[in-house]
Design a protein around this ligand. Structure first.
Ligand SMILES: [Zn+2]
Length: 161
């Protein structure tokens, strides 16, 4: 039987967004999975976790998820690039399915971007094989310098109150 509530002390927030650092088998949650804790009453919080059973990526960037709640109810949630997200659950507001999936998806995209940048950094690492080129780094400080870790931010004009 999967546990669906947790007792939290020293907080009275309505909702806590969480990421599991380790597997939480009692709750059916695995390491890295996102879930929400939603206040019920007193110190009781409901654990809102979902499992993605199927996903479809569309050419326009939309992603359709078939999901199952941790109470076993299946829903279909669609994240859209250029339109409001949608979900088949009864909630009329932006439901936690959308919140959790958008969080998970953004984290996934950020990880892919970081991995891509790391690969590019390896590819562009200079190989000094020209004997006329001195071993010092002066050739790397010109306009071909790569700003992989420190992007140049546009200067903002000083604003006086
Ligand atoms: Zn929903």
């Amino acid at each position: 039987m999967t546990k669906k509530t947790v007792t939290l002390e020293f907080t009275n927030v309505k909702r806590l967004k969480c990421t599991a650092k380790v597997d939480m088998p009692a709750y059916g949650i695995i390491a890295g999975q996102r879930f929400h804790l939603v206040h019920l009453h007193g110190n009781e919080y409901a654990v809102k976790a979902i499992t993605v059973t199927n996903r479809n990526n569309y050419k326009n960037g939309d992603v359709r998820f078939e999901i199952v709640n941790n109470d076993g109810t299946p829903y279909v949630t669609t994240l859209r690039r250029n339109a409001p997200h949608s979900c088949s659950c009864p909630s009329s507001k932006k439901c936690y399915h959308i919140l959790i999936l958008a969080d998970t998806e953004n984290a996934r995209l950020a990880r892919i971007r970081a991995e891509k940048m790391a690969r590019q950094a390896i590819v562009v690492a200079p190989i000094i094989d020209n004997p006329s080129m001195s071993a010092n780094t002066s050739t790397l400080t010109g306009s071909n310098e790569f700003h992989l870790l420190k992007p140049t931010l546009p200067q903002r004009p000083t604003v006086h109150a």
